[in-house]
Design a protein around this ligand. Structure first.
Ligand code: SF4
Length: 347
């Protein structure tokens, strides 16, 4: 029984089915795992008179979050690499934001979307993560690295909507108030624009999570060059899906735009992006491209970045600058996947 892939009620049900015991026994176990990080049945008084059950539980309960094999820090951003049971590595990034910590989680090992500006895309898809492996990244950050993560963004390795069943179950587990207790308004799923997945996420039980869309181009021609997924799901039907997405009051769709020197950074590109986004409530995160060593593309100049941003702002698009924090340790946007974590600096 892997607790990390179950909500409180699911765990209570499977506990009852297996042992015939109700929440008087299962709730303290669930609480201990989610709030204290481990199971120590000796500290749960309800098991003191049931040594046989305690022994059986010790054999049955699985709490395998993988092994942290490297971590590195740059300007407060921490990247950690977790080795999973089958030997594959995933990367997660802790980002300090105001008084909260955000964890950028991976949903797959590699990715098959092939976005040309992304190192993860060059790996191809090795496999999707299980629910427990996704939730395990938050568990590791909180209980092994001691960081009180309160925001979760699905912007690490992988396309979350390409692993949607496990991602939706992870959202249920993470947002369970009797467990991890991360409110859904603090969870964001980022996608390249898999339209069927956006609609499924929109229809998910409970409060909708935030949605982020990776745009990166002003028109289908350029977007298809940068993001092959656009050939099958072009920008017009994508915008229809975004218009259908249920947003919480005063909320907006987050739009990610990676600005690449000489590729998608012209003023007319900014104007076309603004026109495309005009019918949508959006907040646009403008990210200067983070080149890796040997990369053919470059980051935009400060002048080009400012010109592009100002043009969007003039068209009444809300623009936020997304920093390049973490670039030194290959933890910035588009840099996850296969790179060494750099010189580990312990937390
Ligand atoms: S940007 Fe996201 S969807 Fe595109 S290849 Fe990278 S990880 Fe995959």
């Amino acid at each position: 029984m892997n607790i990390l892939d179950q909500t409180h009620d699911q765990f209570a049900e499977s506990f009852f089915q297996r042992y015939g015991k109700r929440t008087f026994y299962s709730t303290p176990v669930y609480h201990q795992v989610m709030h204290c990080g481990s199971v120590d049945l000796d500290r749960l008084s309800c098991f003191s008179r049931l040594p046989a059950l305690a022994g059986q539980l010790r054999r049955d309960l699985v709490l395998d979050t993988g092994r942290v094999v490297a971590q590195a820090k740059d300007h407060g951003v921490v990247k950690f690499i977790t080795r999973l049971a089958d030997g594959l590595d995933i990367e997660s990034v802790i980002i300090p934001m105001f008084r909260r910590f955000t964890l950028c989680v991976s949903s797959q090992v590699g990715c098959r979307m092939g976005c040309r500006f992304c190192r993860t895309g060059r790996m191809g898809l090795l496999r999707s993560l299980t629910t427990a492996e996704i939730v395990g990244q938050v568990h590791t950050a909180r209980h092994r690295l001691g960081v009180d993560v309160r925001n979760v963004v699905f912007m690490g390795m992988g396309e979350p909507l390409d692993n949607l069943d496990n991602v939706m179950q992870a959202i249920r587990v993470l947002s369970d108030q009797r467990g991890m207790d991360i409110a859904r308004r603090y969870i964001t799923v980022s996608t390249v624009g898999l339209i069927g997945g956006i609609d499924r996420l929109a229809g998910m039980d409970g409060t909708p999570v935030n949605l982020a869309i990776s745009l990166n181009a002003p028109d289908d021609t350029l977007r298809s060059r940068l993001m092959p997924v656009n050939r099958a799901m072009p920008m017009a039907p994508l915008r229809e899906a975004l218009l259908r997405y249920p947003l919480a009051r005063k909320s907006a769709i987050f739009v990610e735009y990676v600005l690449i020197d000489g590729v998608n950074d012209r003023p007319e590109h900014a104007l076309a992006v603004a026109r495309y986004l005009a019918p949508l409530p959006v907040k646009l995160n403008l990210i200067a491209y983070n080149p890796a060593p040997g990369d053919a593309w470059k980051a935009p100049s400060t002048e080009s970045y400012t010109r592009f941003r100002d043009r969007l702002v003039a068209e009444k698009i809300f623009v936020r600058r997304r920093g390049e924090k973490g670039g030194r340790i290959m933890a910035a946007c588009g840099q996850l996947g296969g790179a060494a974590a750099g010189s580990p600096e312990q937390l």
